[in-house]
Structures are given as C-alpha cells and as structure tokens.
Ligand binder design. Sequence first.
Ligand code: AMP
Ligand code: MG
Length: 323
Amino acid sequence: MKALGIEGTAWSLSVAVVDENDVIVMESDPYIPKEGGIHPREASQHHSERIGELIRRVFAKVNPEEIDVIAFSQGPGMGPCLRVVATVARVLALKLNKPLVGVNHCLAHVEVGRWKTGAKNPVTLYVSGGNSQVIARRGNRYRVFGETLDIGIGNALDKLARHMGLKHPGGPKIEQLAKDGRNYYELPYVVKGMDFSFSGLVTAAQRLYDSGVSKEDVAFSFQETAFAMLTEVTERALAYLDLDEVLLVGGVGANSRLQEMLRIMCEDRGAKFYAPPKYLMGDNGAMIAYTGLLMFKHGHVTPIEESYAKPDFRIESVEVNWQ
Ligand code: AMP
Ligand code: MG
C-alpha cells in the first residue's frame, strides 16, 4: 500500500509518498522568514503558492493511481497554514477518489520515529519549534506526561538567537556557538512537577548577553540548563512508567549535546536511546504519509466534513489501535 502525506503545520511544506517499507519520494520547500520569526499569514501564503509544484514533482515520480490514501497534517499548528493543507488534501482526495486521513502532527513524529528506529514502547521526547512534550503510550492512547507551560524549546532557541543578531532558525547556530563556550553562568532552571517552562530562561539569557557575556558562553549556559531540564523530566517519566526506551524526535532533536545528555542518562539507567535519521527529525511529509498509512490500515478514515483544521489538536484525542 502507498500513502501520500502533506505536512504544513508551520514553516515546513513537504509532500511525500511512502509504502510500508520506506519513503518512496519526498519533495519539500520550507518557508524561511525574511526577518524575525515565522509569520503565520506569510507562511500560509508561501504554502499555497508552492504546494502545487511539490505535488507535480511527486506525481512525476509516482503514478497517482497507485496511491491508496491521502494523509495530511490536521494539527496542531498555525491555523492559516493548516487550512491550506486541509484544502489541498480534500481536493486531491475528491479528484483522485481516494480516502482521506487527518493526522495528528505529534503522533506522526512518534510513529515515524518508531518506524525508523525499531523502538517499541518508548518514552518520547518531542522537541520542536512550537512543541515540547514527553509522551508515552498507555493502553490505546498516547499520553503527555510533561510539557512546556509556555513556549517550545525550538522557539526559545530561536528567540535567544534573534536577540544575539542571528538569523532564523537559531537552534543550529546556538549549537555551534555553544561548542566554543567555556564558562557556565547560572540561569533559571524551571521544572514544575513533570512540566517545564522556557520563557523566563530566554529573558534571563538575553539579559546575560546584554550584560556583556559572550555569545558562546550564553549559548553554552542556555543549552546546558534547558537540555538538563528536558533530560530530567524524560528520566522521571522512564522511572515512573517503568519503561526502558527513549526516543528523541522533532527539529531540536538534531542537537548533538541534547542527544549526548539523553544517551548518558539512558546508559546510567540501562535504557536504550533512539533517534531517527536527521531528515525525519524535523517536520516532514514522510511522517504524515507513514502515520496516515498506519491509521488507514487500522480503519481510520476522515470524512470530508470532519477534515477541518485543528490548531489545538491533542495527541491524546487519537485512539491508537495498532501495535
Ligand atoms: P520542527 O518544528 O520540529 O521542524 O523544528 C524546528 C526547530 O528546530 C527550530 O526552532 C530550529 O531552531 C530547531 N533546530 C534545528 N536544528 C537544531 C539544532 N541542531 N539544535 C537545536 N535546535 C535545532
Ligand atoms: Mg514538529
């Protein structure tokens, strides 16, 4: 079976076709803000202008008749972007006369991670621009055991980077700078129960930079603090749920220091650490296609009248009836 998937919840616009074994084709055209962060209206305009071309490129490699199901990222995400994706998915489904599956974006990160790493029942740390969550499956739902109380860690990195004059996306630039950091400056470490928060940390790090501390030391201190918070909550979820696998997904998962901290924590506990290949870490069409295929094979279909954008779509609301 083959599924076509469209991702477009925020900056990433990506269309892919997968089967049960692998990604057959993926075409992507990210929105890159000229200045500042992601502007929802500009991002949605970008998506509506470029999506036709991406679909043409995919159909140049895969015959549309071979596709069994059309999957799309239904949420969570930016409303204007989600509406473009849902509209295009509906048009394709109607025109090709194929079933439609609306996919939860967070669920897709988890499932593509499991698919490509072999992790069975992991505690997943999902760290991206808009989201930061610690997720694990209990029975027939994925549950969020801890999450950010304000902004996502990627957004926090991007804000700090912007304040230091670096262009979007800031995460990879902070990672490079942090490698040359030598001095650790204490910053607010905010873990409340199983939740965490980053906006106070960003403000404190921005003040540290304004006080004359080098970009390298600010980046280093920020990463050490924020990633320790994420690692602590992930470890607590592992212990509490008595699980022995950790899966790291989302764009910030590409960060080598975050991977290192999690790997050390897992080794100490006798747990296994998994991370998918980088092209499947950040937002991508293949994760939507794969999860749509999985859901479709287990009886999930989204009727046209329920295919509207869901900006606040929660992972817990999806019934998980597959292994
Ligand atoms: P996503 O929303 O999952 O596609 O992830 C996008 C976010 O990942 C942005 O906030 C980026 O700054 C961040 N990001 C990408 N690469 C890295 C990296 N190597 N280290 C930290 N953050 C990163
Ligand atoms: Mg994402």
